[in-house]
Design a binder for this molecule. Structure first.
Ligand SMILES: Nc1ncnc2c1ncn2[C@@H]1O[C@H](COP(=O)(O)OP(=O)(O)OP(=O)(O)O)[C@@H](O)[C@H]1O
Ligand SMILES: [Mg+2]
Length: 323
């Protein structure tokens, strides 16, 4: 059975890709899923954020070139059931080497092949992509069944999102990756005190409808501190708002996965035991949900006048809205 591959990508920098990749992985592992996190970014933030030292030669680089097996580089982490394939700065060189090859979109997909033959396959393989649509990200998108897009709740949030949506369509329609789908859009660094955050969420939801996760990731100092301690948030401060949010995100991710919001391939790991557990458990607290009330009227929000609708520079209105 194939492990579903989820690429965490957005060509915009600093939107919470790595924070989401690390913490969603850790929370899925906490929910008894076997998870592999692949650090596909030469910045290696997922590697250091999980407290793993960068070591020369220890990245996917030689695997992408077909010189070594992916199994040689996978290592366990401090989180039970979460393995990591680390990165280091030399991975940047892979872009150049792969670009020269004829099948430049496929080295990553080929590199994952040995994992398909495992007796106990991973429940999920998450890939932390670099902030570009270069060769490494394109390789991840060619191998993935799901694209998870973190978006920061800020003014230029939608910029580039149309490019990502178009790319998914192109990869699917060209036959390069017919299985690819948008697994979800995660709104990060949400600040419930500002109208801007609420308006950005509403704007993104207006265009991408149910692709937007209901769970919102709040702006949280604890979330930004955790990587310097090499810990996912649930180990750094298990009760803070960041931990609650990423646990909720993991629950919603699994629920969507089962409900078929993602592709057929993603549905393969449905877990009936989990179904029963969640039937009795609301998947998110109200405080962590997309605001149902109009901007500026949320109970407890500071008195702030409702501003004009958020402009969405760079957004392509031609992109069809999802059902
Ligand atoms: N919810 C949050 N609250 C506060 N700070 C956050 C939150 N999410 C991420 N950050 C911080 O914002 C910065 C960027 O986050 P992160 O590294 O996850 O983004 P990224 O998209 O992976 O960046 P890059 O494009 O460079 O790979 C980091 O310093 C991180 O600690
Ligand atoms: Mg990153």
């Amino acid at each position: 059975m194939d492990s579903p591959v989820i690429a965490v990508a957005n060509q915009k920098g600093g939107v919470g890709k790595t924070t989401t990749a690390i913490n969603l992985s850790a929370c899925l592992a906490e929910r008894r899923k076997r998870v592999l996190l692949i650090d596909l970014d030469p910045q290696s933030n997922a590697t250091s954020g999980l407290g793993v030292e960068q070591r020369a030669g220890h990245s996917l680089y030689p695997v992408l070139l077909g010189e070594k097996s992916i199994r040689d580089f996978i290592q366990p982490t401090e989180v039970k059931r979460l393995d990591l394939l680390p990165a280091e700065v030399d991975l940047a060189g892979a872009e150049v080497d792969i670009a020269r090859s004829e099948h430049y979109l496929h080295p990553f997909k080929n590199a994952l092949q040995p994992l398909r033959e495992e007796e106990q396959p991973y429940d999920f393989i998450l890939v932390d992509c670099p902030p570009s649509l270069g060769i490494l990200t394109m390789n991840a998108l060619t191998a993935a069944q799901g694209l998870l897009i973190p978006i920061q709740c800020e003014y230029y949030a939608l910029e580039g999102l149309s490019v990502m949506a178009r790319l998914v369509r192109q990869l699917r329609e060209s036959g390069a990756n017919p299985d690819l789908d948008i697994a979800g859009i995660v709104m990060t660094m949400y600040d419930m005190r500002t109208n801007l955050s609420q308006q950005v969420v509403q704007e993104v939801a207006a265009h991408f409808a149910d692709k937007v996760f209901e769970t919102l990731i709040p702006r949280s100092v604890r979330l930004s501190e955790a990587p310097s301690f090499g810990r996912p948030i649930i180990q750094y401060d298990r009760h803070c708002t960041g931990s609650v949010a990423y646990r909720n995100l993991a629950k919603e991710f699994l629920r969507r996965h089962r409900n078929g919001a993602a592709s057929d391939a993603l549905r393969q790991t449905a877990d009936p035991a989990e179904e029963t557990e969640e039937a009795a458990m609301p998947f998110r607290p109200e405080s962590n949900a997309v605001p149902a009330s109009p901007a500026g009227t949320e109970p407890g929000a500071p008195a702030e006048t409702t501003g004009p609708a958020v402009e969405t520079p760079g957004f392509d209105p031609d992109i069809p809205r999802t059902e």
